[in-house]
Ligand binder design. Structure first.
Ligand SMILES: COc1nc(N)nc2c1ncn2[C@H]1C[C@H](O)[C@@H](COP(=O)(O)OP(=O)(O)OP(=O)(O)O)O1
Length: 160
C-alpha cells in the first residue's frame, strides 16, 4: 500500500467552482481529477501536496492554506499492487497563474457541472460532500475491471 495526495483548488467552501485537471499520462490518464501524486520517501504529506500542485498546474500555495478534508483507501482486489491511500486537501488561496503542464490540462468547472462521467468512478461517492465543505474518511473497493466500484464506505468526520 503506497500513499498519495489529491488537492482540489476551489473558490471557497461550499465551492461554486473547482479547478480540475485532465490527466495526460500515467495512472488515471484521460480522467479529470484534482492535482496530486505519490508521496516521496522522507517527504511530508503537505510538502507533497504543494509540490504536486505546482508541478501539475503551476499554482503555488502555502502549507497553512491547505485544509485536509479526506482520507480514503483505494483497494484493487484484482491488482493488489495498485492499492493505495490518498490524503485529500482543499486550497482556497494560491499565487501564480494556472498553466497546462506535461501531466495535466487544468480547467475550471462550476460545481453543478463537475464531469463525473469522465472521472474515477469513486468520485461521485465523496467529492460532492467535500465540495460542500464536509470532511470524509473511507474505503473504496474496485471491481475486476479495476474501474467500476464494487463497494464503498464513506463516513463524515468532524476533523483530522
Ligand atoms: C482509484 O480511484 C481514484 N480516484 C481518484 N479520485 N483519484 C485517484 C484514484 N486513484 C489515484 N488517484 C489520484 C491520486 C493521485 O493524486 C493521482 C495519481 O498519481 P500518480 O500515481 O500519477 O502519481 P505521480 O507521482 O504523479 O506519478 P508518477 O509515478 O508517474 O510520477 O491520482
Amino acid at each position: 500500500m503506497y500513499s498519495t495526495t489529491l488537492c482540489f483548488v476551489v473558490d471557497g467552501l461550499p465551492a461554486r467552482n473547482v479547478l480540475l485537471g485532465m490527466k495526460k499520462n500515467g495512472f488515471g490518464k484521460g480522467k479529470y481529477n484534482g492535482f496530486g501524486g505519490k508521496i516521496e520517501q522522507n517527504e511530508g504529506i503537505k510538502a507533497a501536496v504543494l509540490r504536486e500542485l505546482e508541478e501539475e498546474c503551476g499554482l503555488i500555495a502555502a502549507e497553512q492554506d491547505l485544509e485536509k478534508v479526506g482520507e480514503l483507501d483505494f483497494i484493487f482486489p484484482e491488482q493488489p499492487a495498485w492499492d493505495h491511500d490518498v490524503h485529500i486537501y482543499i486550497v482556497k488561496r494560491w499565487q501564480g497563474g494556472i498553466r497546462e503542464t506535461e501531466e495535466m490540462k487544468p480547467e475550471w468547472f462550476p460545481v453543478a457541472a463537475v464531469p463525473y462521467a469522465t472521472m474515477w468512478q469513486d468520485d461521485i461517492h465523496w467529492l460532492p460532500q467535500v465540495l460542500q465543505g464536509e470532511k470524509i474518511k473511507g474505503e473504496v473497493q474496485f471491481a475486476a475491471d479495476n474501474e467500476s466500484v464494487r463497494a464503498v464506505t464513506i463516513t463524515a468526520v468532524s476533523s483530522f
